[in-house]
Each structure stands twice: as structure tokens, then as C-alpha cells.
Design a protein around this ligand. Sequence first.
Ligand code: SF4
Ligand code: SF4
Length: 130
Amino acid sequence: MAKKSRVPQIFKSAVSYFFTKPATTMYPYVKPQLPDNFRGQPVFDIQLCVGCGLCGKECPSRAIEMVEVDGKNRPQFRLDKCIFCYQCAETCPKKAITNSTFYELATTDKSSLIMKPQPILQKIEAVTDP
Ligand code: SF4
Ligand code: SF4
């Protein structure tokens, strides 16, 4: 039996690629659409914190260390250890930790992933500064 030529099939496949939607996106030029329950970097509000330390005790990754700020205990977050479970937010009796959709944390400098306890406005300014 004569062998069937595969050229037409290859040609068909090659042409179909021009009409197929790409599997990848143009990130970072095009931002992805996040699901409603997306868990990004936890946000800490020092004004609401009473320094009880419960968030640090409950964190399954040991990503929270209590540090002293103006004579009071405050949580410092190690985002390189954080698994974004939000246990800390659920545990906090003062709702001082909340969720966010901020996810662009990739860095070559691990020290930049230490989220020091500071007023929330100061932190947001630092994130948005060019
Ligand atoms: S989100 Fe989870 S892992 Fe991250 S600091 Fe809070 S409790 Fe720890
Ligand atoms: S659980 Fe809440 S109030 Fe207590 S130390 Fe953590 S952030 Fe502050």
C-alpha cells in the first residue's frame, strides 16, 4: 500500500495557528483579570492594631514576626514566606489586616519582601512612587 503524504495535514495545522487564540497573554503590558476571591498581599493598618500578637501565633508559615514600633508590639510580615492564606486577617480581633489584589511581588532582592509595620498611607505611597 502506498504511503499517504502528510504534507496537506501539516499545511492545515500551520494555517490554523494564524486563527487560533493565543494561550498566553501580553503580561505585563496587559494585566490579567483577577477572580473575585483573589488573594494578594495582606494589608496591615497600624492604626487599628493593638499589638496582641495573635496574627503571628496563628500564621502557619511563621511569616509574621512581632517587632517594636514606638514602644508597642506590631507585626512585621515576611512576604517571601507568606502563602496568602489570610489566617492572620481572620484571627485579628481588630480587623487590622485585610486582603488586597496586589500580586506583583517578584524581585531579586528578598529584603524588599519584608513588610515593615508602618502607617498604611505611607506604605501605599511607597508602592505607587515611580
Ligand atoms: S496570609 Fe497566611 S501566611 Fe501570610 S502572613 Fe497571613 S497567616 Fe501568615
Ligand atoms: S492580631 Fe491584629 S491587633 Fe493583634 S497584633 Fe496582629 S494585627 Fe495587631
